[in-house]
Design a protein around this ligand. Sequence first.
Ligand code: URP
Ligand code: ZN
Ligand code: ZN
Length: 464
Amino acid sequence: MGFDTIIRNGTIVTATDTYAADVAITNGQIVAVGKELPIDNATKILDAKGCIVIPGGIDVHTHLDMPFGGTTSADDFETGTRAAAFGGTTTLIDFAIQYKGQTLRHAFDTWMKKADGKAVADYAFHCIITELGETQLAEMGDLVREGVSSFKLFMAYPGVFMLDDATIFRAMLQAAKFGGMICMHAENGGAIDVLVQRALAEGKTAPKYHALTRPTTAEGEATSRAIALAEMAGAPVYIVHLSCNDALEKVREARDRGLPAYAETCPQYLHLSLENMDVPGFEGAKYVFTPPLREKWNQEKLWQGLARDTLQVVSTDHCPFCFKEQKELGKDDFTKIPNGGPGVEHRLSLIYSGGVHGGKFSANRFVQLVSTTPAKLFGLYPRKGTIAVGSDADIVIFDPNAEQIISAKTHHMRVDYSMFEGMRVKGVTKTVLSRGRVIIDDGKFTGRAGAGEFLRRQTYSGAS
Ligand code: URP
Ligand code: ZN
Ligand code: ZN
């Protein structure tokens, strides 16, 4: 019997184990894992000597081709999934947005069309709900059945995305009924809006006022409220882009009480801080995203949160806007700067470098944070998120000792700056397989637009 592909000489790292073995792939799936698998009839042999062989990264928080702040995020489903692949991410969960007056179905159809024929790797959707009448309440069940088993709600952005507590609670009750997960943007949008209006009235229009008008207390309060509402509704809740210790403490308390409360953070909150916004002129706009960057001491708390399982996932919240022409929309008023930053490409390197080489956690925990737990929490496991017989052959050959300097000059995201410009990271993606096809071959793109498939996700069943 022959195999389509064999990966030899590597060290397999999963969320639980580290061992030397080969991986055999046929028809896009892993068919054998073992010592010295027979290579005679293998069509392709990949040498992973000196590398770790890990499950493809899963980024559960991206915004591709997303209209926002008077413009559209700069990466579409082709450029975004391609950049993700360069960095070892083989599955994205993006957001289909329901605008007021629309059905959830319309949102899902719209985003399916955006991705169709473009994605180079697999993708799925959460649905953002901005208005919830009887029609949309009923549709939540339909969407869960069709594989859109999580919903993002906003406690911020009044007048655009923000929902009141009653609507949030109704959505949570419905999610609990159908096995859906609620993803929450937890910031107190009402209080923030007052601070924003006051800053503008005082003539404070520079980018750093975006951060200074969004205090950590506003994130902590909303995180606590989201958890309380979810507890009353009996729903699981997942706090997205958690940025600070105030919010982290609320998640820790909830988890200590045994609640199904989860949270992700993102590389920007682990590697950057408010100090990055103390730059001349308009440069700080590169770091205008929500929640904003925090005082530096929060970084260590977040790394600890990842190590101690207060935080379960690292995603990117990739929402790229070019500095020229897009960020510049807010040159005279920070509230007009499109919110978001680019990051889908460097998540694995930034977390391996800071987390594993930085002595914060093991390589197994790294795999758990960037691949396995995302798959489990969002209904993709064991098809995705591990290296096991029967799983999709989404595999990354990752050189843990290679170094790279991150730069907009060399990255593959369709955006004219990097938030991490000049940062040296240790741990680099070399070769990437998506359902058995090599899409990055020793740093070169060999994939194809349209090869990525929509993934119907299972209902919520916990993280273990
Ligand atoms: O600034 C951000 N985070 N932009 C994307 C939208 C969101 O809130 O996740
Ligand atoms: Zn958000
Ligand atoms: Zn986001």
